[in-house]
Design a binder for this molecule. Structure first.
Ligand SMILES: C[S@@+](CC[C@H](N)C(=O)[O-])C[C@H]1O[C@@H](n2cnc3c(N)ncnc32)[C@H](O)[C@@H]1O
Length: 452
């Protein structure tokens, strides 16, 4: 059990937001962040501390969901949680989380139960009083002896059975289980100094001194931080654009593109623009970047990010990356297509309960069609970089293999920096990141060069 022991800091409002958000997630299949903000708005709560507490409850309840559901099923005497009203089911999951994962004290649990009686309709809650008493007293005993091997591992690692099977098949049992276990706790965050927003070296030094994190070896101006709040010492350096939060593997992708000032870049699937702003900084705001994304909403976000990061050379185009309206060829094309996000399950745990094998195949088909279209825009001797935050070969090595089979004018080339592990299936020059090995999102990067 992971004992975090912070139920004493919970408030009634944070519980109310968490119940509401988890209910939206179950009802509409939305992610943690969207659900958190929707619930907070609905309940009129704005205080940062309340939102932080609610966020933690939502994230952790989503992370351990299958295990919590099995405890709740025993407490309610049957597998009826799916038929239980969303609000009550969310509360029972939270209670199971607080008792069985967080190790909350009896006193804190009783306070939480009192709040729940106040937040939820008592008529809905009344039939579950016995289950609540069982959960709060910790007397529910799980029997796993009669489970199949994969069912047992799914409960132990808190992932869907199909995903446990798939990762064990691809990576081997020991590697897969270490990776799945790493998804049960949060990953560190990373920040990079944005040279476009910092006018001189002295100021950069002063900012660097304020960062309570460790410098990432071999990379300039990149820090690993355990808690995002650690970087906000007095001034809001993120708000001013001086620092950009971006995962390590995403930062490495920007560097692997090896762009230079005055080059032309096509940035496909670009929003919200983390990589666009990094590339613009590496190009010293000289040259041109065409950033294409299909989503108006995400491009609006891209626009505010470019402003904040002081990017002057990027232009947004709303289009399908598989049919870009761009006619010309460029020096570097970056393809960062939609994917299963199976590399970010430590940061966004609810994804694992939404993704299915069929969705993975759909993503793979879309990724291949975007990569094929991207290739038409690469100039002679130009560079094509493909990345995903998926750990599954179907979205990575298989896509590259299929592409190379039909595009013999491209070859895979080495990457600098190379901080990850080699790609699978003999694609050793591709780079993979894994949460348990590299302390960042699971990720894949392929770098190709046009040789004709
Ligand atoms: C992994 S995210 C991109 C992250 C971005 N490159 C960054 O570094 O901030 C994938 C993006 O692909 C976009 N997208 C999905 N399907 C697309 C398509 N057919 N054409 C263009 N963009 C698409 C989504 O709107 C989403 O913004």
């Amino acid at each position: 059990m992971v004992v975090i022991g912070r139920a004493d800091r919970m408030t009634r409002d944070s519980l109310a937001i968490a119940i509401e958000a988890l209910s939206w997630m179950a009802y509409e299949g939305i992610g943690e962040r969207t659900a958190l903000f929707r619930a907070a708005k609905q309940l009129g709560v704005e205080e940062a501390g309340e939102l932080r507490q609610a966020n933690r409850l939502i994230m952790e309840t989503a992370r351990f969901r299958n295990r919590l559901d099995s405890v709740v099923a025993i407490a309610i005497g049957g597998n009826e949680i799916k038929r239980t009203a969303h609000g009550v089911a969310s509360f029972l999951r939270i209670l199971a989380y607080l008792k069985y994962v967080d190790g909350a004290s009896r006193k804190d649990l009783l306070r939480v139960v009192r709040w729940a009686r106040d937040i939820l309709d008592w008529r809905e809650l009344h039939p579950f009083e016995k289950a609540i008493a069982l959960l709060a007293s910790g007397t529910v005993v799980m029997h796993r002896a009669d489970l199949s091997e994969f069912d047992r591992l799914a409960l132990e690692t808190c992932h869907p059975v199909w995903f446990v099977e798939r990762t064990i098949r691809v990576f081997g049992r020991d590697f897969a289980l270490r990776m799945l276990h790493r998804n049960l706790s949060r990953l560190p965050s990373y920040i990079r100094l944005n040279t476009l927003a910092i006018s001189n070296a002295d100021r950069a030094m002063k900012i660097a001194e304020q960062i309570k994190g460790s410098k990432v070896p071999k990379l300039d101006g990149i820090w690993k931080i355990q808690k995002p709040s650690d970087i906000l010492t007095g001034t809001n350096l993120i708000q001013s654009g001086a620092l950009v939060m971006q995962d390590l593997a995403g930062i490495v992708t920007g560097l692997v593109c090896s762009v230079k000032p005055d080059q032309s870049v096509l940035d496909l699937c670009a929003a919200p623009g983390n990589k666009t702003s990094h590339l613009a900084a590496l190009m010293n705001n000289r040259g041109e970047i065409y950033s294409i994304d299909i989503s108006d909403r995400r491009l609006a976000h891209w626009g505010s990010e470019m402003k904040r990061a002081r990017v002057q050379i990027a232009n947004a185009i709303r289009a399908d990356a598989a049919e870009t309206p761009i006619q010309r060829k460029v020096d570097v094309v970056l393809v960062d297509p939609p994917c299963s996000n199976t590399g970010v399950l430590a940061k966004s745990p609810s994804i694992k309960w939404r993704i299915t094998p069929a969705r993975v195949n759909e993503y793979a088909a879309k990724q291949y069609s975007i990569l094929r279209a991207a290739a038409n825009h690469v100039d002679s001797e130009g560079t094509l970089v493909y990345c995903t935050c998926s750990i599954l070969p179907e979205e990575n090595e298989f896509v590259i293999e299929n592409f190379l089979r039909r595009s013999q004018e491209f070859e895979v080339v080495p990457q600098t920096p190379f901080l990850g592990s080699p790609g699978l299936r003999g694609l050793g020059q591709c780079q993979r990141f894994y949460p348990h090995l590299h302390e960042c999102n699971g990720y894949f990067i392929a770098k190709l060069r046009r040789t004709d």
